[in-house]
Design a protein around this ligand. Structure first.
Ligand SMILES: Nc1ncnc2c1ncn2[C@@H]1O[C@H](COP(=O)(O)OP(=O)(O)OP(=O)(O)O)[C@@H](O)[C@H]1O
Ligand SMILES: [Mg+2]
Length: 460
């Protein structure tokens, strides 16, 4: 039977972690990420499929020894991530057992939340059908499952942690704010690694979890050194020392000793091939979703596609994209212009979902102007959200304009003007017809980022 060698005196049977909720808690610098890194090294060595939501970009070093796909925006990413591909990556990871590090370290709050939510939701949905062992690690999870607050993100993580076992899903949740993590999740964790804490509120949480008297627990916990913790499995608890990670720890505490850059393994052909399908799906000419008159798949709520092997072509457009004839033959525009359009579209794909929908809608409806109230109805979000988070990126780029009119603040698409300014250098080569084609092409590409289902949307 396989065991996970976690420390000099700690070997955990692999079976004990299947479908398990594992909590790693402790103050800053107490050794939590090292502990998580050791657990994931051992899981990778046992070929246990997994994903790790990496908030600070500190797990890429696992690639020193293991074939792991780093997906996201950090400097070590093998693949850039967009809202359009996030579900496909989750599918690939779960179906094919591809270990993934979801590096969201360079994403801003809203975008990060949307990406992580879509990713976890897809894993949860698909796991219901596949029912095979899979582990999900989440760093800084107090941000995602805060005590006493209900959010859609918390719902999906709590579901994985509390009810994932029957689907084979386990969770490793890591936090430096024990008192801020949802208690229901912590009390249900079957395995705990309790590193040092000092704050009274955190100590109270530990006292509730540990089978020891309060004073005894406090005395032992305050004496823990870096890398030491209380290991609790079931109802037994003991003090242990974790081993140090074999692979490079991106979150090491800096010192004056020089640190060697890790030599990272490259992902092999099989993974790259599977990935290229995620990024550039093969579109059959006749049988695509929108040609058949169906709505394109939306990210989280719709069922995932049927099981397919990793090298079978994906027969639907990526999430949120509709099919158009020039996807196959391409518009008649110069290559540098198309490259620039692609770059812009990639940038827009990384916007939070509501902002993407707003831009897509306004650009598709150009030159009509819409109040925030009308927009909220079209993109199906609370109006307050648009007031708190206006589409600043699209405004900065000049793709959208905002005016204060008698009926309120209004927004409208500005693709024509954007093209005239941003592509001014190409205008002589393009000519009038080329510019018209470019405007139409760009408008369609942007509108495709978040198609609105007209029959469902509100009519002002
Ligand atoms: N078992 C261990 N033995 C020796 N050194 C360790 C051990 N665990 C962690 N360390 C070292 O302690 C430092 C802090 O560890 P780590 O980054 O895991 O802490 P953390 O609790 O995750 O901190 P933060 O909350 O700031 O993310 C690192 O330099 C790490 O290499
Ligand atoms: Mg850490």
């Amino acid at each position: 039977m396989s065991v996970l060698n976690l420390g000099p005196e700690l070997a955990v049977p692999l079976d004990d972690v299947v479908g398990q909720c594992v909590a790693i808690l402790g103050i800053r610098g107490s050794g939590k990420s090292n502990t998580a890194g050791v657990i994931f090294e051992e899981l990778l060595a046992a070929h246990y499929p997994m994903s790790l939501v990496d908030i600070d970009g500190e797990y890429f070093g696992l690639k020193e020894k293991y074939e792991v796909l780093v997906v996201g925006g950090g400097e070590h990413a093998d693949v850039e991530l967009s809202m359009a591909t996030v579900g496909e990556v989750a599918d690939l990871s779960l179906r094919e057992g591809v270990p993934v590090i979801l590096d969201v370290s360079d994403m801003l709050g809203g975008e990060r939340e949307a990406v992580v939510f879509d990713y976890l939701t897809r894993l949860w949905t698909l796991a219901g059908r596949l029912r095979s062992p899979y582990m999900i690690g989440i760093e800084e999870c107090h941000e995602f499952i805060p005590q006493g607050v209900r959010t859609r993100m918390k719902d999906v993580i709590a579901r994985i942690a509390l009810r994932g076992r029957k689907r084979g899903l386990g969770a490793v949740i890591i936090s430096q704010r024990s008192a801020k993590v949802e208690k229901d999740v912590l009390t249900q964790a079957g395995m705990l690694f309790l590193h040092r804490v000092v704050h009274e509120a955190d100590m109270r949480v530990y006292s509730e979890l540990l089978p020891w008297r309060k004073t005894e627990a406090k005395e032992i916990v305050t004496q823990l050194g870096v890398g030491e913790c209380i290991f609790m499995s079931g109802s037994t608890a003991r003090r242990i020392r974790m081993r140090v990670r074999d692979t490079f720890h991106g979150g090491y505490t800096p010192s004056f000793c020089p640190v060697e850059s890790p030599k990272l393994r490259q992902v092999r052909g099989r993974l790259l091939e599977a990935l290229s399908q995620v990024q550039n799906p093969v579109l059959p000419p006749a049988e695509t979703a929108s040609v058949r008159g169906e709505s394109p798949r939306s990210s989280a709520s719709d069922p995932a596609p049927e099981v397919r092997s990793w090298n079978e072509p994906i027969a639907v457009p990526p999430t949120g994209m509709a099919f158009h004839a020039d996807d196959l033959i391409g518009p008649d525009l110069p290559e540098p212009v198309l490259v620039r359009v692609d770059r812009l579209v990639r940038r827009l794909r990384r916007l939070p979902s509501v902002q993407r929908k707003v831009v897509g809608f306004l650009v598709g409806q150009e030159p009509n102007a819409y109040t925030t109230c009308e927009l909220a109805a079209w993109v199906d979000c609370p109006e307050i959200l648009l007031r708190v988070e206006p589409p600043v990126d699209a405004l900065d780029l000049g793709l959208v304009a905002c005016e204060r009119l008698a009926r309120g603040i209004t927004y409208r698409g500005m693709v024509r003007q954007y093209v005239e300014e941003a592509f001014a250098g190409f205008s002589s080569g393009l000519g009038a017809d080329g510019t018209r084609q470019l405007v139409a092409h760009l408008r369609r590409r942007i509108a495709d980022l978040a198609p609105i289902e007209r029959d469902l949307a509100y009519t002002p």
